[in-house]
Ligand binder design. Sequence first.
Ligand SMILES: NC(=O)c1ccc[n+]([C@@H]2O[C@H](COP(=O)([O-])OP(=O)(O)OC[C@H]3O[C@@H](n4cnc5c(N)ncnc54)[C@H](OP(=O)(O)O)[C@@H]3O)[C@@H](O)[C@H]2O)c1
Length: 325
Amino acid sequence: MNFLRDADIDPAPLADKRVAILGYGNQGRAQSLNLKDSGTDVVVGLRGGSGSTVEAQASGLATALVEDAVASADVVMMLAPDEIHAALYREIEPHLRQGAALGFSHGLSVRFGFVEPRADLDVFMVAPKGPGTALRSLYREGKGMIALWAVEQDSTGDARGIALAYGRAIGCARAGLIASSFAEEAEADLFNEQAVVWGGVPELLIAGFETLVAGGIAPEVAYLECVGELHLIAELIEARGIAGMKEVISNTAELGALLGGKRIVDESVRKRMAEVLAEVRAGGFAEELRSEEAGGYERLEKARADARSSLIEKTYRRLSGDEPA
Ligand SMILES: NC(=O)c1ccc[n+]([C@@H]2O[C@H](COP(=O)([O-])OP(=O)(O)OC[C@H]3O[C@@H](n4cnc5c(N)ncnc54)[C@H](OP(=O)(O)O)[C@@H]3O)[C@@H](O)[C@H]2O)c1
């Protein structure tokens, strides 16, 4: 595996360049602050009247309207939500300098055709594998977050150098930059979101909680068992790997895991996981995302409201002391 760290990477390709960060959300905030602290010339491009302008300026960052930031930059990072990348790219394309570099932190919009970059541009990806809040806090602790990097289009011959120097400047090369591609990153990320950590795991927790409650167990006890222990296993896996985690739990827990795990996650689950991967690759999820945005996020808003009013959330709020017992 091609695994690059700070010492393997020349920072020079970014040294005399100006970077425009479009969007000051989860990733935009973290990446622009890390770039600034690494000595990179950075400007945050925001919409007129954006509420983020004051916050970015208070953090010592230069800000400009999106089109002005783009026109002034050698490297432009698309850090607004993926589903608006098509419209945002149409807006900025006339302002992108000839031979500029266009960067992404997720492969989705290029892999699934939301953005078809102009032929003269360098197109690269540095995709940190975690949220912006952690990207920033790790950087401040002198650490970094692993990222995948890729070049989709190398028009100037400098795309590789810029991508790696960018990954270094946001602190990711302290942990490691892994060579990938827009397609591989997008497909794996979208699969995981649906089938494993962000889709599968929460539904498993809810199903376990509801099974215990239906079996007469108090909601608070069910919550502590099925949800409250999640951070313990996450920390153990992070520190020791899955096999190492199993070695430090009790024999009771280990035998339970051995007998129960494969009974719950059986071949039928793997078959549905393969279906999810095939749908992702065929563009099914990208189309869902496009239509969700076009429909004003109606389905997401309803799901958020339903989740907030569910028994498991009421139980969480009671245990956190946010709601009377
Ligand atoms: N969330 C993560 O931690 C994470 C992790 C890895 C990769 N990524 C990738 O990073 C990228 C950014 O994701 P994110 O979660 O950081 O996004 P986000 O937090 O939802 O981005 C919000 C920002 O985008 C701006 N924005 C929204 N619409 C805009 C428009 N039409 N024109 C200009 N700016 C606009 C918002 O402007 P206002 O301030 O004016 O509202 C805000 O500053 C995505 O490609 C995502 O897949 C994200």
